[in-house]
Design a protein. Structure first.
Length: 443
């Protein structure tokens, strides 16, 4: 097993690590398919409000490849179709009926896998709403089925610090996991499996499958960060990746011919040790979050997630919610406070001297100012970028310079924005640069 231990990243101890016990939540009244966390797609709606749908009925497809479908995780009428600004699809909401009625596909057992041709396998995964679980670096777009990936990275840990423990995700699912790996081997000769060092305690049954153990420094387990540390050739920049939940669901779908609807999620709230929760894909945020104060901000990641409207549903790829206190930016006598509970990378607060867990909040602690060339963003970047230089190249519309400075290696981890004393949203600026470049390339 290869070990990856990057020297840079986020090493602070954060409060809120979920308990590894598991509870099953009650059946929600609604489920939603959110379009907000699906990068780059151009959704075309395929249903209308009040239309009855089965579990597995396509709700929208990607106009760039109409065979890639996003399907209903429940049975019942379409209750609401929500649009955002410029009629951008936000989510399709289904009111659940009592019983599930599934769109049925012919099941494929592991023994039958080789009887499916490559185009048949791809087509079945697209029709069944599973293809998009495969993503392609560096854009993190849906994998391009016309290409052959140089390698596929299977990530056992989610993107967030508090994503579900892979030992819990894999519990009782070793067979679908093995089947999932066999499916991936149909697309690439090189499939690697990476896990965080702190997860290894519960991964004994799949230990022989783990090829890379990564250090517990955020975001060492991100597929982009893993690729940065192992790549030897430029072609490998186009690697595909998949998270373990998606891999298991892909295998379950092929084996049963039915869209799998269960997911495991974590919710982080202050110092509470909350258990992992089994619920339905696209469960309502309010059901998962429980009671929270109106001043809270809900995100899908402590450092790089999206801000979530509590009246919507969990996104397609999302497995964690963080409920953070949103204190006012103007802290009375803030400059006199020692900051024992404030996270600090630049060692500005006394919290750097005490070895205790700190809690993030949604506060910026100041306004955006000009870059002071302090270099903090560079000293924390896990893929050795100089984010301030890339930002300046992008501000000058010099995409070639930004690319030469390694823009496409950015794994959007959020650390540069978090550490910047001038409050510059570097991650947002770099992500926009990458997305615009990807869109221009697609034409
Ligand atoms: S540039 Fe910022 S967001 Fe990108 S990898 Fe470096 S620290 Fe993370
Ligand atoms: S951390 Fe902020 S202020 Fe410091 S160099 Fe980077 S962008 Fe500039």
């Amino acid at each position: 097993m290869e070990k990856i231990a990057p020297s840079k990243g986020f090493k602070l101890k954060l409060a809120g690590m979920p308990d590894t016990s598991v509870i099953r939540l009650s059946r929600p009244a609604t489920v939603g398919v959110s379009a907000l966390d699906i990068p780059h797609i151009r959704p075309k709606l395929l249903v209308k409000e009040k239309q009855a749908v089965k579990t597995g009925t396509p709700l929208f497809h990607d106009k760039r490849d109409p065979d890639i479908r996003y399907v209903s995780p429940g049975t019942g009428p379409v209750k609401q179709i929500r649009f955002g600004p410029r009629r951008r699809l936000v989510e399709v909401v289904i009111a659940l009926d009592g019983m599930d009625d599934f769109v049925e596909f012919d099941p494929v057992s592991p023994a039958d896998l080789n009887s499916l041709s490559d185009p048949d396998l791809t087509d079945r995964l697209k029709q069944g709403g599973m293809w998009q679980t495969l993503r392609q670096l560096p854009s993190r777009d849906t994998a391009d089925s016309r290409s052959t990936p140089p390698l596929i990275i299977v990530c056992l840990n989610g993107n967030d610090l508090f994503s579900p423990h892979p030992g819990r995700v894999l519990e009782d699912k070793i067979k679908p996991f093995e089947f999932g790996l066999a499916i991936l081997q149909r697309f690439s000769d090189r499939v690697i499996v990476a896990a965080r060092k702190s997860s290894m305690d519960r991964l004994e049954p799949v230990r022989h499958r783990i090829t890379h153990q990564v250090a517990d420094i955020y975001p060492a387990w991100d597929p982009g960060a893993i690729l940065y540390h192992i790549k030897t050739k430029a072609e490998e920049n186009q690697a595909w990746y998949i998270h373990v939940e998606g891999l298991i669901r892909m295998a379950q779908f092929l084996e049963t011919g039915r869209y799998p609807v269960e997911t495991l999620v974590t919710v982080t709230k202050g110092k509470d040790k909350k258990p992992h929760m089994i619920t339905r894909l696209g469960a309502p945020v309010r059901l998962l979050a429980g009671n929270f104060s109106p001043e809270s901000v809900i995100t899908t990641g402590q450092l790089n997630g999206r801000k979530v409207d509590p009246d919507t549903h969990l996104g397609f790829f999302e497995t964690t919610l963080n409920i953070l206190p949103d204190a006012p930016d103007d802290e009375m006598f803030g400059f006199l406070r020692p900051g024992l509970n404030k996270p600090t990378v630049s060692k500005t607060f006394l919290s750097c001297l005490v070895n205790k867990e700190v809690q993030l909040d949604g506060t910026l602690h100041g306004e955006e100012r000009a870059c002071i060339n302090c270099g903090y963003c560079e000293t924390i970047c896990p893929v050795d970028l100089m984010p301030s230089f890339i930002m300046k190249a992008l501000h000058g519309d010099d995409i070639e310079e930004a690319l030469q400075l390694g823009l496409l290696d950015c794994c959007r981890c959020g650390l540069c924005s978090f550490t910047c004393p001038s409050k510059i949203e570097l991650t947002q600026i770099l992500s926009l640069g990458m997305d615009t470049h990807h869109k221009d390339k697609q034409g």
